[in-house]
Design a protein around this ligand. Structure first.
Ligand SMILES: C[S@@+](CC[C@H](N)C(=O)[O-])C[C@H]1O[C@@H](n2cnc3c(N)ncnc32)[C@H](O)[C@@H]1O
Length: 288
């Protein structure tokens, strides 16, 4: 069914459970999952009202998300408008592989530039467990994570990881034309900024522990959403997922003290997202 034939359900969108923080501080419409077409719902959000968007579009009709269509230009020009200056859009996308790669990802990357976004980084989401898929090429195990920004990113809080060696060591340096290696005592740091290739296990326990959410055919891992939220936003910021599917981004935004808005065109998936939000709100409320 075409998106245009679906009524905008914004007015009747069910409320997610009570937000954790004082609702008087929240802008209108925050902390809700809206069931409707992304372009239509986004049109109701104010200019520059969103701090971060993390999303994954339907691509190449790879899966049947209950037959809904997706208007790249309509949704992405609205996304540019609603993002604040310095805001970031994380776009997780792959290509259909059938006799070769569709290159939809590349085409979209170029289209984002035409819309005014800066391609701040092209990161890789590597799936730790992928089934063998092609007889004449290596098994594809990744999707792109385009980090698009509206101007210079306002927030970057890099995730750090432990280095293999740390402490004081004699380090080789200054190998000049005399060929002699010189050594000096220097400190190796215990942590370094992660690389831009991120690995996640997929499936039950990896993607999520919410068993019921697997009725959605293409979730991304909770940890992926969380890592981007921690990297590109601050507590209290508004995080948007305009095609939120089972609500992964919204769940991780709430779990990390951010406000959220989720938009999903399918009633069934929006119901899954609301159920996940109810679960996380319950866990948050139970915390001392
Ligand atoms: C790749 S899935 C997103 C999955 C999500 N990241 C998660 O973890 O569950 C893309 C979603 O976009 C939804 N969708 C497709 N067209 C849409 C539109 N025009 N407006 C809003 N959502 C749409 C589909 O129903 C589908 O659930």
């Amino acid at each position: 069914m075409a998106a245009s034939r679906k009524k905008d359900k914004l007015a009747v969108a069910a409320r997610s459970p009570r937000p954790r923080r004082d609702s008087a501080r929240l802008g209108p419409g925050r902390n809700r999952i809206y069931c409707g077409d992304a372009a239509a719902v986004l049109a109701k959000l104010g200019d520059g009202s969103v701090d971060l968007a993390v999303t994954s579009p339907p691509y190449d009709n790879l899966r049947d998300y209950q037959g809904y269509s997706f208007d790249f230009d309509g949704i992405c020009s609205q996304l540019y408008r609603v993002l604040r200056k310095g805001g970031v859009l994380v776009w997780v996308v792959g290509d259909r592989i059938a006799g070769g790669r569709s290159l939809t990802s590349f085409r979209q990357g170029l289209a984002f530039q035409d819309l005014g976004f800066s391609m701040h980084d092209i990161m890789i989401y590597r799936k730790k467990n992928t089934p063998f898929m092609r007889s004449n090429a290596y098994t594809n195990c990744y999707e792109f994570m385009f980090v698009l920004s509206k101007g210079r990113p306002r927030v970057f809080r890099p995730i750090m990881e432990k280095t293999k060696r740390s402490g004081m060591e004699m380090l080789v340096h200054n190998k000049k034309s005399d060929g002699i290696n010189k050594k000096t005592l220097a400190e190796l740091k215990p942590e370094k900024t992660r690389t831009n290739i991120w690995d996640y296990a997929v499936g039950l326990g990896g993607t999520t522990c919410d068993r019921f959410a697997f009725k959605h055919p293409a979730m991304f891992p909770e940890k992926l959403a969380q890592d981007h939220i921690l990297s590109w936003s601050k507590p209290g910021d508004l995080v948007l997922d305009p095609m939120c599917g089972s609500g992964t981004t919204c769940k991780m935004a709430a779990a990390n003290g951010r406000d959220y808005i989720g938009i999903e065109i399918s009633k069934e998936y929006a119901a899954i997202a609301r159920r996940r939000m109810a679960g996380i709100q319950k866990r948050i409320s139970a915390q001392p």
